[in-house]
Design a protein around this ligand. Structure first.
Ligand SMILES: [Zn+2]
Length: 238
């Protein structure tokens, strides 16, 4: 895993389809750095730290979470900085923290529809030993909007409407013209892959309102503003 450069101060590591590891972001400030999402495991976090140190950067002091899904949050217990999540994200994580991570408990959750098959399969691949799964809530909770001054560079954290999950958060770096959207442009896998077009329209308005060149998505290569708008339009026409 390597840290890839988007601008002088914004970087990311690649997604990995095998265990559904998402893209992780790194925003480098003079005083502190911000990590976007915490990865899906301690191993994922360690790979990220290696990439960061190899590129000559320090470990991020702050970690902002884009939404509650396991692949973006199960590394939270292993990161060294302060974690920040939306109230709604934290509520969901508090619920997941009570779940039992055994073969039978996981099978039961898939059978009763609490968990989806895709996540179950990927979790089992990422964790050969299920007992290593640890779900924690964040250190800081916010609602709506928050601004983080990293020293010479500001990251804006926005709660946005999204068809993917109720708690979707975008991280906007106006000075570098980069927008991290996590999986916000996507269907709701926890509701039979339902696409709520009203929410998608609201999201599109929000995304179009940001002034950016590069959009970093959760499980794909970064794209241009034009491209992400095009993706949303084609989803709306579906
Ligand atoms: Zn997701």
């Amino acid at each position: 895993m390597e840290l890839r450069r988007l601008t002088d101060r914004v970087f990311y590591t690649m997604f990995n389809k095998e265990t559904d590891r998402p893209v992780l972001g790194y925003i480098s400030g003079q005083k502190r750095s911000l990590m976007v999402d915490s990865g899906n495991s301690k191993n994922h976090v360690e790979c990220f730290y290696e990439a960061v140190s190899h590129a000559g950067f320090r470990k991020p002091e702050i970690i902002a979470i884009t939404h509650w899904h396991w692949d973006h949050t199960f590394g939270m217990h292993a990161v060294e900085g302060v974690t920040i999540a939306l109230q709604k994200t934290n509520d969901k994580l508090a619920e997941l923290a009570k779940w039992e991570w055994t073969d039978s408990a996981m099978k039961e959750r898939v059978a009763d529809g609490t968990e989806i098959e895709f996540a179950d399969t990927c979790i089992r691949t990422e964790y050969p030993s299920l007992s290593e799964i640890r779900v924690v809530t964040s250190d800081i909770i916010f609602d709506g909007y928050m601004e983080i001054d990293l020293g010479g560079i500001v990251a804006e954290v926005h709660h946005v409407a999204s068809p993917h999950s109720e708690d979707s958060v975008c991280i906007y770096v106006p000075q570098e013209r980069v927008l991290f959207i996590g999986d916000a442009v996507g269907v709701d896998y926890y509701n039979n892959c339902y696409l709520d077009k009203d929410k998608l329209r609201s999201l599109m308005t929000a995304i179009e309102g940001f002034d950016f060149d590069i959009c970093v998505v959760g499980h794909n290569e970064p794209v241009s503003k034009q491209k992400i708008v095009q993706v949303m339009n084609s989803l709306l026409e579906r």
